[in-house]
Design a protein around this ligand. Structure first.
Ligand SMILES: *Cc1c(COP(=O)(O)O)cnc(C)c1O
Length: 348
């Protein structure tokens, strides 16, 4: 859910954007995103008009080539997306597949040490199953093996502690519609100085996903083509809101508090936790007495509450409850009361 100030910007006219005012707003967006990602002063941010997948694809295209050899953690539908992108762009890759609902271990990576891998792609929070990977362990492995680390933080940015510099992360991706709690339509890529060099040294066969061009325009707070101006203005409001409320650490603590509150309140409901390494952003649950998708539909149609269903073969087995954005512990109580009502009605 978006905050009231962010919503009210959505109701305004969208201004023309080749102006000093919009450039200043974009430069401020870049500064605050770098601050919250704990990125190097010389890091850069690319704002892509497109959903998170657009930035995932732009990164794969601009930082890797068929001469690379990358490791992809495939623990669910978002990991699978990186696999598909490597296939489409002909990047040689090896998958690491953890058991469903579990993280990856050093033992799983060990056979890949010293084998000439040049890149590592991981979704820090694999949102489809709600698993937060051990980024410290991954970071150490990459440092020891001189591997270029790319992290999809789309659902973990602002939710779980993250320090791009300390973790030696070269590229971090996030999007407008997760913890930034804005409408979908913008995704962003934070590039370390090393990543900027790499992008600038490469030729990419794409007009829209040319990060070199995007970074060059970004130096003056502009984009090569018309961006989703309205959403970028909402992102600006939201970043300032977080900054004024104590910055990224405060937001991470707030979302962590929301997650703990919810998890405490559902202890006696007929749900099993499916993740052994839960992120703050989301709780994935397996209802033991009813279809997950039916619960989603009934809550939406009869209670006006939206939880998140899963797709594919998890459709009836798993639903997810988000803890991000403008939610309060009273919202958790409202949802838990609805679950109890479903119990009284014999639905769960
Ligand atoms: C939401 C999400 C994405 C982006 O999906 P889009 O639908 O393209 O915005 C990518 N990775 C993860 C881990 C996500 O949670």
């Amino acid at each position: 859910m978006s905050s009231e100030p962010v919503l009210s910007i959505g109701a305004e006219q969208v201004p023309y954007f080749r102006t000093p005012e919009f450039s200043a707003l974009m430069l401020e967006n870049e500064r605050l995103v770098k601050k919250f990602a704990k990125a190097d002063d010389d890091a850069r941010v690319a704002f892509i008009t497109g959903s998170g997948t657009a930035s995932m694809e732009a990164v794969v295209m601009n930082v890797f080539s068929p001469q690379d050899k990358v490791i992809v953690v495939n623990g669910g539908s978002f990991g699978h997306r990186f696999v598909q992108l490597c296939q489409i762009h002909e990047i040689p890759y090896t998958e690491v597949v953890p058991p469903m609902g579990q993280g990856i271990t050093r033992q799983m990576l060990e056979p890949l040490a010293g084998k000439g891998y040049t890149g590592f792609l991981v979704n820090l929070d694999e949102t489809s199953t709600g698993v937060l990977y051990d980024i410290k362990m991954i970071s150490e492995f990459c440092r020891e093996n001189d591997i270029f680390l790319v992290v999809d933080s789309i659902s973990s940015f602002l939710c779980d502690p993250f320090n791009m510099q300390e973790l030696d992360v070269q590229v971090m991706i996030t999007g407008s519609q997760k913890a930034l709690a804005c409408p979908p339509g913008i995704s962003l890529i934070v590039l370390s100085p090393k990543a900027v060099k790499r992008v600038n040294a490469r030729e990419v066969r794409s007009m829209y996903f040319n990060l070199k061009d995007i970074l060059l325009n970004g130096e003056r707070g502009q984009t090569p083509f018309t961006p989703a101006v309205g959403i970028l203005r909402q992102i600006n409001r939201r970043l300032r809101e977080i900054d004024e409320a104590g910055g990224v650490d405060g937001e991470v603590a707030r979302i962590g508090g929301m997650a703990n509150d919810f998890r405490k309140k559902i202890k006696d409901l007929p749900f099993e936790l499916i993740s052994s390494a839960m992120p703050n952003a989301v709780t994935s649950l397996h209802p033991t007495t009813a279809s997950a998708y039916d619960i989603f539909t009934i809550l939406k149609d009869e209670y006006g509450i939206w939880i998140c269903p899963n797709g594919g073969d998890m459709k009836d087995k798993v639903f997810r409850v988000g803890h991000i954005g403008a939610l309060t512990t009273e919202d958790n109580t409202t949802l838990v009361n609805a679950f109890r009502d479903l119990q009284l009605r014999g639905i769960i």
